[in-house]
Write a new protein. Sequence first.
Length: 77
Amino acid sequence: MTYILLILISTILSYLILKFIYRIIFKSKKKVSKSLVFLGSIALIIFYYTPYSFYLEPSYWKFRKMCKMQYDFFLRV
């Protein structure tokens, strides 16, 4: 039941967001395509289930570079 509710809410949000984008940015009153709404709802579900810290954490290569910089700093002192 909760999954159906999640899919329903994300689909409605996706439709409203895309409708807003179409009307404000493109100044168009065309209907939003169903495939775009479907892809937008999938994107919202993925964004909902991905932890927020994932977007703030550095990538592996950035983290490795930061650690290397700190290690070099301790070697110089």
